[in-house]
Design a protein around this ligand. Structure first.
Ligand code: ATP
Ligand code: MG
Length: 575
């Protein structure tokens, strides 16, 4: 496995020890602008989400760039909602976006909405009409599309293109007043129908839409298109460096055209590569489809690549920021391995997550030579990576649970865990040897009997004998019951968009992306674990307490298993 983006150096070079982020070409541009004093030393950026869905991990890349670079140069960042489309935007999204930006660790300076600028944009539209640079067009949307031409053929001018300025002013005013039905007219910029850049072929600036807006209510029945709002919003806020994804590269000449015609602050747009991840779809529209069709439990389903989903899954903001710093920015779109993102969450949780023992699929173990009523408190290390995390007591008793997987009646070759006649170490406990098994009517092993060696308390062997395996366990009497949710990739195809004729992307949903373990047995120290707390269940992975947890019925989400495929890839030199 390898990241398939050829422009990123492999292997991944994470943030350096000292915390200095990787170099990237946007930083170089900003440095150059500072050198030439282009914006009087000012660095001001913005993050401009459209509030039509929840933010996803792709947005995290944009957020880290926008906020990160401004912070680095002592500047600031505005959060601006690009709410030019009244039909798809909702307050719920506005709130979730703010929550997610904060969670990632960033604070905006100004909080704005493109709709704050509707009056100003309208004035500017009128100004463009007055200088003969905009006109009202009566062509239908379909006709406009046909007249636009193609990449190889020039467009054709609309018969309404040469309307008199007075007539344009009158019609535009009447559009605003609500005299015309939706879709009957638009306002277009008068640029060049033969331009090789389709964005410059008299783009639509305003459309009629009798729809209520989440902030402006029914004040407007004409709305500016994103292309007429975005660049000017940047100008109004005096954004110096306006970063966006590569698909907007061809729109840049248009934004610059508006800036020139209007004589307003010249923000500089810089495009970078969109984040794509294997087995993942990063598109609010697609994610919304999954939510609406009930294919996931909501925007914050832990399988979703949304920030609210991966937060619930147990990801940390630090892990995401380190991941983003490590992938860097380029001018070519590529796809990053999902395993690389997982590597960063493991790396972070390894440092901070307390270790505990929990058994997902319990198998009863009875230690026949251990006294019936005896309970010993064994010392267990909370985090070997962090000596300050200390130790805790874990109760040991005659009846334990181990993982069904850790026992085989007939061990295959190379299986060193428990099997009849074999000895294993119980982590922080004793060495035990399996003596016999009890089976149910269908012949399944339901109970394993062992004897323990009292001289091996804590797992040491005074005679120096070796056991090949150490397994985890919980004391049956003390264990708490929990629901544990195990996740796999939401899509089974590396590229979820790769579909057969007649299918849509949902055909690639992984039918076993969620497995619910209803009666896991966990060590009693987890009794009071709170929603959002993260743990390493030894040998099983990192887990996070789900917000649906209730006292007495805890629910844990597996963030990620322990096996790090990405680290292996790196060791092999990125191949
Ligand atoms: P989506 O297709 O998921 O709706 P979008 O680009 O329409 O994404 P916006 O709300 O317009 O979403 O995005 C806000 C900012 O985040 C934009 O500057 C956009 O370029 C950036 N962004 C969105 N998706 C990604 C991504 N996958 N990688 C990097 N940046 C992204
Ligand atoms: Mg969008």
């Amino acid at each position: 496995m390898n990241r398939s983006n050829p422009n990123v150096d492999a292997p991944a070079a994470p943030v350096t020890e000292a915390g200095t982020p990787q170099s990237n070409f946007i930083r170089d541009i900003i440095r150059e602008d500072l050198k030439t004093n282009k914006y009087s030393g000012r660095v001001w950026t913005r993050f401009p989400p459209e509030p039509n869905g929840y933010l996803h991990i792709g947005h995290a890349k944009a957020i880290c760039l926008d906020f990160g670079l401004a912070d680095e140069f002592g500047g600031g960042t505005n959060l601006r909602f690009d709410d030019t489309n009244p039909e798809k935007e909702e307050t719920e999204y506005v709130e979730s976006i703010q929550r997610d930006v904060h969670w990632l660790g960033f604070q905006w300076e100004g909080l704005y909405y493109a709709s704050d600028y509707f009056d100003q944009l309208y004035e500017w539209a009128v100004k463009l009409i007055k200088i003969g640079k905009a006109y009202v067009d009566d062509l239908t949307a379909e006709e406009i599309r046909q007249y636009r031409g193609t990449l190889t053929e020039p467009g054709k001018e609309s018969p309404y293109r040469n309307r008199l300025i007075e007539e344009n002013l009158d019609l535009f005013e009447r559009m605003r007043k609500g005299e015309f039905p939706d879709g009957s007219r638009v306002l277009r910029a008068k640029i060049d129908m033969a331009s090789p850049n389709l964005s410059m072929r008299d783009p639509v600036m305003y459309r009629i839409l009798h729809a209520e807006h989440h902030r402006t209510g029914n004040k407007w029945c004409i709305y500016p298109l994103y292309d007429f709002a975005h660049g000017q919003s940047d100008s109004i806020e005096k954004i110096t460096h306006s970063m966006c994804t590569l698909e907007f590269e061809s729109h840049r000449p248009l934004y610059n055209w508006f800036i020139e015609q209007l004589g307003i602050f010249p923000s500089r747009q810089i495009e970078f590569d969109r984040l794509n991840l294997t087995y993942t779809l990063l598109s609010k529209r697609r994610l919304l489809q999954l939510v609406e069709a009930g294919r996931v439990s909501g925007w914050d389903d832990p399988r979703m690549p949304t920030l609210s989903g991966i937060r619930r899954r147990g990801y940390t903001p630090e892990a995401i920021r380190n991941f983003v710093a490590s992938i860097g920015v380029t001018k070519t779109n590529g796809t990053i391995e999902l395993a690389m993102l997982e590597h960063f969450v493991r790396e972070d949780l390894n440092k901070r997550a307390p270790r505990v023992m929990g058994v997902l699929r319990p198998l009863k173990v009875v230690i026949d030579n251990y006294p019936e009523d005896k309970v010993e408190q064994m010392d267990a290390v909370n985090n070997p990576e962090d000596p300050t995390a200390g130790t805790r007591k874990v109760p040991f008793s005659r009846v334990l649970y181990i993982e069904q997987d850790d026992f085989r009646e007939i061990p295959p070759k190379g299986y060193f865990r428990l099997s009849p006649g074999k000895e294993v170490r119980l982590r922080y406990g004793y060495l035990v040897t399996c003596t016999n098994v009890v089976k149910n009517a269908s012949g399944e092993v339901v109970e394993v009997h062992c004897t323990y060696d009292p001289a091996t308390r804590g797992g040491n062997t005074p005679d120096g004998r070796k056991v090949k395996s150490t397994i985890h366990w919980v004391s049956a009497e003390h264990a708490i019951d929990a629901e544990v949710r195990l996740y796999d990739n939401l899509f089974s195809k590396e590229d979820p968009n790769e579909i057969e004729d007649g299918q849509d992307f949902t055909a690639n949903l992984n039918p076993s992306s969620l497995e619910v373990v209803s009666h896991a047995k966990l060590e009693s120290s987890l009794t009071n674990a709170k929603a959002g707390q993260r743990f390493q269940f030894e040998r099983l992975g990192y887990f996070c307490v789900d917000p649906e947890t209730k006292p007495g019925s805890p629910i844990f989400n597996r963030t990620v298993a322990l096996k790090d495929t990405w680290a292996k890839v790196e060791k092999r030199g990125g191949k």
